[in-house]
Design a protein around this ligand. Structure first.
Ligand code: FAD
Ligand code: NAP
Length: 325
């Protein structure tokens, strides 16, 4: 009927359907909390954008990212999770039940909220970069480094992530090049020391990527055209893999001014827990973790969030009982 608002009420609402949100849902459903998961515009999360996953425990053979999250979703459904195909665009966390509004117009009321909205890697924004994603351009060395065993790789960026990725890639490659747009790194000194001391890493300063260069059949990355940021001169380097490591953006726009975020926009949680600065609101996965950003760590903190939420509700119910006595 026109004018009628669709309202969904639940004890536990999960925002996001990546490994963090789905694991939180599995645990919450098995605790009898009948969770509702709002899937967002990327059902299944970041793993749906990749192919081979070789580091998720439990599978000796290579598995596919989309398959892994489909299985997690099926498991969550099987134990009693309800899924909503919606994207949350407004959140009122000032009182319980918390009130969230979806793009669909549906209003979600919940006693506890688990935020698992993830983070997206920042890319340079070149058309040739977009074209080479999955064919040599990557934003995750831990995920894809293994595919470049014995090949030439480059890392773009000058922060902790870029330096860590360059060091990590030396496990697979004897020819790693770090490309940075200035002449000094932003990374911590100890990481810089390790980088400079490594015999298999070279650094190209004052340079940015002008183009990702494709070649061969089937087409793969064969090089990068680099632009000198001082002179504009272009030089080509041969590489088989290029890892863009210029930072991530956590999906926390919705919570600015409502929850405490750190200087990079990640949700701050109490150390060793998923509790945010609002009682009853929990965060898990990449949205609160800028260090590890792995499917297994996202799943791990998803489990923690469901357990934290369950304990929070049990404590509230106990208090309510005592007050009634
Ligand atoms: P995400 O997977 O980012 O999911 C976020 C969810 O939140 C999405 O479902 C989205 O729709 C939803 N959402 C966002 N905003 C809203 C909103 N406002 N309302 C409702 N929903 C919302 N890790 C590994 O361990 N091994 C690998 O091999 C591996 N390979 C990778 C390959 C690629 C190309 C990429 C990009 C990442 C890879 N990772 C890998 C990293 C891994 O995918 C992430 O660490 C993991 O997906 C994080 O899970 P998450 O649940 O925290 O968030
Ligand atoms: P970051 O610190 O923001 O560094 C991003 C780097 O990418 C900078 O060197 C920046 O250059 C460069 N860059 C940004 N946009 C670019 C563009 N368009 N073209 C070329 N280069 C570009 O990001 P991060 O390294 O991902 O780290 C994010 C946060 O996580 C930081 O707080 C970091 O300390 C933390 N972190 C910590 C650890 C650890 O403690 N071990 C590990 C990883 C991350 P400029 O320097 O010129 O700006």
């Amino acid at each position: 009927m026109p004018g009628m608002t669709n309202t969904v009420s639940t004890r536990l609402l999960v925002l996001g359907s990546g490994p963090a949100g789905l694991t939180a849902a599995i645990y919450a459903a098995r605790a009898g909390l009948s969770p509702v998961v709002v899937q967002g515009i990327q059902p299944g999360g970041q793993l749906t954008t990749t192919t081979d996953v070789e580091n998720y425990p439990g599978f000796r053979d290579v598995i596919q990212g989309p398959w892994l999250v489909e299985e997690m979703q099926a498991q969550a459904e099987h134990v009693g999770t309800r899924f909503e195909w919606d994207h949350i665009s407004d959140a009122d966390l000032t009182q319980r039940p918390f009130r969230l509004t979806g793009d669909s117009g549906t209003v979600y009321l919940c006693d506890t909220l688990v935020i698992a909205t993830g983070a997206q890697a920042k890319w340079l924004g070149l058309a040739s970069e977009e074209h080479m994603k999955g064919k040599g351009a990557s934003a995750c060395a831990t995920c894809d480094g293994f595919f470049y065993r014995g090949k030439k790789v480059a890392v773009i960026g000058g922060g902790n992530t870029a330096v860590e990725e360059a060091l990590y890639l030396t496990n697979h490659s004897h020819d790693v090049t770090l490309i940075h747009r200035r002449d000094s790194l932003r990374a911590e000194k100890i990481l810089q020391d390790r980088l400079f001391a490594h015999p298999n890493i070279k650094i190209i300063w004052h340079s940015e990527v002008a183009e990702f260069v494709a070649g061969g059949t089937p087409e793969t990355l064969v090089g990068l055209d680099l632009r000198d940021t001082r002179t504009g001169a272009i030089q080509r380097i041969d590489v088989d893999g290029a890892f863009v490591a210029i930072g991530h953006s956590p999906a926390t726009e919705l919570f600015k001014g409502k929850l405490r975020l750190d200087s990079d926009g990640y949700i701050e949680c109490e150390t060793g827990s998923t509790r945010t600065t609002i009682a009853g609101v929990f965060a898990c996965g990449d949205v609160m973790d800028k260090l590890y950003r792995q499917a297994v760590t996202a799943a791990g903190t998803g489990c923690m969030a469901a357990l934290d939420a369950e304990r929070f509700m049990a404590a509230m119910e106990f208090e309510a009982l005592q007050a009634a006595e």
